[in-house]
Design a protein around this ligand. Structure first.
Ligand SMILES: CC(C)(COP(=O)(O)OP(=O)(O)OC[C@H]1O[C@@H](n2cnc3c(N)ncnc32)[C@H](O)[C@@H]1OP(=O)(O)O)[C@@H](O)C(=O)NCCC(=O)NCCS
Length: 147
């Protein structure tokens, strides 16, 4: 996804709002997961998010998303966010987010997601790492479920 940062998206410093970036990350992640599952989805988790560089009004914000691993009824997607200066083309990675989506049916039941075809050694490693992140997420969920 590519869009230009407009004044309406910005804080008084002229940088895109963090909440706007989070919204776009959710959308970009959902698109990749919808294309993989062709199912209804809800966002179950967004891992720690950092904003490494500001993105200023007039810059482009570029979001690249890809499914990293599928589980049973859930899947993980990685979203990388870049800023790009329109006049120079200088591009910086500003955030990397991992999100988990759960596939649901119209009546709210769970739906199995199609397995991801893992073709390269890099993709296999990425999926292994996703399994480790999933275990951490579910551990945190167990710890916070008493809130
Ligand atoms: C996300 C949600 C569906 C999980 O429901 P649940 O009953 O706690 O979880 P279930 O036991 O049915 O598990 C379903 C899947 O979600 C995964 N999951 C549940 N909570 C999770 C979390 N916090 N992080 C990552 N994965 C999670 C489970 O591991 C399971 O995946 P698997 O089948 O691939 O192993 C439910 O909490 C919910 O509807 N939350 C609100 C979602 C929402 O409104 N999002 C924002 C708008 S879309």
């Amino acid at each position: 996804m590519v869009q230009v940062v407009l004044p309406n998206d910005a804080n008084p410093l002229g940088f895109i709002l963090g909440g706007t970036v989070m919204h776009l990350i959710d959308i970009a992640g959902a698109i990749a997961c919808h294309r993989h599952t062709r199912s209804l989805l809800v966002t179950a988790a967004v891992d720690d998010l950092q904003f490494l560089h500001p993105i200023k009004v007039g810059d482009l914000i570029i979001l690249k998303s890809r499914v990293t691993c599928t589980f049973s009824t859930s899947l993980e997607v990685q979203v990388d966010v870049f800023s790009e200066e329109t006049l120079t083309g200088k591009r910086l990675l500003t955030s990397r987010a991992f999100l988990t989506f759960v596939a649901i049916s119209q009546d709210g039941g769970r739906v199995r997601v199609p397995p991801l075809v893992v073709e390269s050694e890099q993709e296999r490693r990425t999926c292994e790492e996703a399994h480790a992140r999933r275990a951490e997420r579910l551990k945190k969920k167990t710890h916070s479920s008493g809130i």
